[in-house]
Design a binder for this molecule. Structure first.
Ligand code: UDP
Length: 250
């Protein structure tokens, strides 16, 4: 159920951000809408919003417990969370442990190749340009980040990768790659924002026999494999087996 909220500040493909009556905070609603290929493919998947909100809440709490600052404040209802208001840096920060997706379309590296060390790719977040991959020189040219911020983001996302990969491994899940968005909070600090869910991560089931059965993330939607919500629910079930329920924010 929708909590009391203020004005709609922003509507994205999978979430809506509303003003909160608490200063410096927002309310985030996770939608059932799902899109792929820069919104050329669209659908609504019943239950997806709740699953992504719950999974994100667990993962943000895991990060916070290990000293990573995030925008997360707590769950407000099934598919709503409270978050700190931040200014989002227009970058999609992708970390890859195993080659898949665009990396294999744009290079000769074959799908499933384990990378000898995690690869960091920065994309310019702009749908009208189809989120292009940035070189370091283009990043500097655009002036989106200072050198210090660039290095700080790299340290931050590599730490997040280590925490999430180690956690998923305990659940027989493999973190193939993921995308993070970084926000700048009121004090000018860089913090993890947006969501961390099977919409934004590639997660494989180490218990599965076949390569299509192992996919538990949005690739099930991208590739028309079916069972998208069931796969997300399996991830949440495994997380719930070892972690307490996310906190409720009042
Ligand atoms: N990703 C995302 N939003 C985007 C693009 C990518 O959350 O707009 C995630 C995607 O789900 C995957 C990772 O970032 O976990 C790497 O995606 P990739 O660059 O391989 O692109 P894709 O194959 O999704 O086009």
């Amino acid at each position: 159920m929708a909590p009391n909220h203020g004005l709609l500040l922003y509507e994205g493909k999978a979430k809506r951000i509303f003003d909160s009556d608490k200063k410096g905070q927002v309310l985030v609603e996770f939608k059932n809408d799902t899109t792929a290929f820069n919104a050329l493919k669209k659908s609504s998947l019943k239950g997806k919003g709740i699953l992504n909100c719950q999974i994100s809440s667990h993962l943000f709490e895991l990060l916070e417990a290990q000293g990573v600052d995030t925008h997360y404040l707590g769950l407000v209802s099934d598919s709503w969370m409270a978050a700190k208001r931040v200014e989002i840096i227009p970058l999609e920060v992708v970390v890859r442990n195993i080659a898949f997706g665009s990396l294999c379309k744009e290079t000769p590296i074959t799908e499933g190749t384990e990378l000898s060390s995690p690869l960091l790719d920065l994309y310019f977040k702009d749908d009208s340009l189809s989120d292009p991959l940035l070189t370091e020189a283009r990043l500097e040219l655009l002036g989106i980040l200072s050198n210090n911020q660039r290095n700080e983001i790299e340290t931050l996302v590599r730490k997040v990768n280590l925490i999430l990969s180690t956690f998923f491994e305990k659940l027989d899940l493999i973190l193939v790659d993921f995308k993070l968005e970084i926000g700048i909070n009121a004090e000018g600090r860089l913090i993890v924002a947006d969501e961390i869910s099977p919409d934004t991560c590639r997660i494989w089931d180490a218990r599965a026999d076949s390569s299509s059965d192992r996919i538990l993330d949005k690739d099930r939607f991208r590739k028309d494999l079916g069972g998208v919500v069931e796969a997300y629910a399996e991830i949440l079930k495994r997380i719930q087996e070892i972690s307490p329920n996310p906190r409720i924010y009042k």
